[in-house]
Design a protein around this ligand. Structure first.
Ligand SMILES: Cc1ncc(COP(=O)(O)O)c(C=O)c1O
Length: 241
């Protein structure tokens, strides 16, 4: 697509740093190479990675050493930072253009000072503290290991996103409803058009504060739901104790 356009035509490659439905990570440097080769600008959405990946939580582009190659970085203050609102970071000309032309920026009420203060405190904390990031990864790894061990169809992912494949919309919604009604656990059902048909899934996002007991209870609840829906569990390899 880039090669098909005239070199002088303005272009912008927009991509997610961490794709929140599969939990995979963009090849940031390769995308930047394409942008440089074809004279395109780059816009990275770090909404699912800001605060939780990279040095001081600066995100995936920073982790990949590619921050200087990115024209616009977008993030949210609502996920890892636990508040509300969002931001873009770019050079002064780009910011000025957005400030001057973006209707949402011009006509939407600004965030109140208390919300900004909360975001500032959260950013300051996560810049200095690595504990949450390390624990987050360790917890996500445990969730994957425990769910895999009971034979659930966990999709492989290198991040804290733990998708469990359902493959069908109605079953996916039923599983989510049963988890909430019978076990008091809410896990979002992800259906089309968020993901392609046939890849409907439950998307589990553990936090640093989910302890072993909660994770074990989740696995037990999912096994119960699988049973109620008549879904097969992968055969487990039993080892002698
Ligand atoms: C990839 C991605 N970008 C942007 C957003 C929007 O962030 P916010 O909810 O803070 O507006 C979301 C979801 O909330 C998202 O998943």
């Amino acid at each position: 697509m880039l090669a098909a356009e005239a070199p002088e035509r303005p272009k912008l490659i927009i991509f997610e740093a961490l794709y929140s439905m599969d939990g995979d990570i963009a090849q940031v440097n390769q995308i930047c190479e394409l942008a440089e080769r074809y004279g395109a600008m780059t816009y990275i959405d770090e909404v699912h990675s800001a605060g939780v990946y990279g040095p001081r939580g600066a995100g995936i582009a920073a982790r990949e050493g590619a921050l200087h190659r990115i024209d616009v970085v977008e993030g949210t203050l609502a996920k890892a930072f636990g508040g509300l609102g969002g931001y873009i970071a770019a050079n002064a000309n780009i910011i000025d253009a957005v400030r001057s032309y973006a209707p949402g920026f011009i006509f939407t009420t600004a965030l109140p000072p208390a919300v900004c203060a909360a975001a500032t405190a959260a950013i300051r904390h996560l810049k200095a503290s690595q504990w949450e990031r390390d624990r987050h990864q360790e917890r996500a790894a445990r969730v994957k290991a425990v769910l895999n061990a009971v034979g659930l169809p966990v999709m492989p992912s290198k991040t804290h996103i733990v998708p469990v494949m359902m493959g069908e919309a109605e079953t996916c919604k039923k599983a989510s409803d049963l988890l909430l009604a019978e076990h008091g656990i809410y896990v979002q059902p992800i259906n089309y058009p968020t993901v392609p048909r046939g890849t409907e899934r439950l998307r589990i996002t553990p936090t640093p504060y989910h302890d072993d007991a909660l994770i074990d209870a989740l696995a037990e609840a999912l096994v119960d739901v699988w049973g109620r829906l008549g879904l097969p569990l992968r055969r487990q390899v039993l080892t002698a104790e």
